[in-house]
Design a protein around this ligand. Sequence first.
Ligand SMILES: NC(=O)c1ccc[n+]([C@@H]2O[C@H](COP(=O)([O-])OP(=O)(O)OC[C@H]3O[C@@H](n4cnc5c(N)ncnc54)[C@H](OP(=O)(O)O)[C@@H]3O)[C@@H](O)[C@H]2O)c1
Length: 306
Amino acid sequence: MTQPHLLITGASGFLGSWLCEAAQPQWQVTGLYSRQPGSDATVNWVQANLCKLEQLAPLITRLKPEAVIHLAALSNTPYCEAHPEETAKLNVDAPIALAQTCAQQQIPLIFTSSDLVFDGENSPNKETAPPYKENAPVNPQTAYGQQKAQAEAGVMAAWPQAIVARMPLMFGMGHSDSPKTAPNNFMTRLLEALKAGEPISLFHDEIRNPLSAKMAAQGLLLAVDLAINQRHQGLLHLGGPEAVSRYDLGVLLAKAQGYDPSHLQACSQDDVSFTMPRPKNVCIDCSLAHSLGFTPPSLAEQLAKH
Ligand SMILES: NC(=O)c1ccc[n+]([C@@H]2O[C@H](COP(=O)([O-])OP(=O)(O)OC[C@H]3O[C@@H](n4cnc5c(N)ncnc54)[C@H](OP(=O)(O)O)[C@@H]3O)[C@@H](O)[C@H]2O)c1
């Protein structure tokens, strides 16, 4: 039996590499990249610049996927802050154009958004405070968050059957053969400091519900299944099971990987002056995803050596 065909944009990126692996053998995967293909030889790699919007519909018509997961984005938040117009092409215009094409061709679409659409403030009103439910009002504080919020609205307007999956802070542990970590991300730097026994300061008042990219990939594949079977459409929160500070996450990582956590120091966001806003607590409530079958293991298990 031939497998159904899944198109993953941003397949060469951090989450994309985990998703390509998790999707097979159930799916035959085509992976889009812009500069360099990924290393998975079983993926059909196709080069495309998604900012060239006029090429999108012909590309989808040619590839004929049964479902699309759209990961491609420019997610470096300081870069988005400094270059809002340039980055909006990929972060806003491309997902909306893709949603229009998928709507025309009736192709199930999953678009990955971010917890940074929320402001992270502890409002006394439960509806607008973390952990945020899907219907909580967005109030992004950064250009990247604003772009994701704009794209979410545009995608859902263009293709109401699409699923907009809001992702939390992700990390790349849990792979036995070749740990895939995003270069220069928070967890990579933290792990290097732990290995070297170097002191590192971590915020005790910046709260997230992080998730391994391995589990995020499972969540996105579940979302594809839900979209295909029309069991869900619109917003879906795919966060981790626990709300932790960056400091707590560091301690958990150290313990899970067998390093001494005593080099980790807790500090406050108030001790640092930032050049751009840094939301305090953007935890997302994932009870909806849980009720639909998304049940990632504890954070300690996700961080453990396998
Ligand atoms: N990582 C996180 O913690 C996190 C948290 C919340 C949400 N998200 C969202 O999850 C998604 C995946 O994130 P990630 O961390 O895996 O991102 P990433 O590692 O930065 O990967 C970005 C991908 O986008 C592709 N891309 C860049 N410019 C392109 C263009 N003009 N045309 C086509 N493709 C282009 C890149 O291809 P090349 O490398 O070939 O240029 C790469 O495959 C993103 O939408 C991100 O906003 C991530």
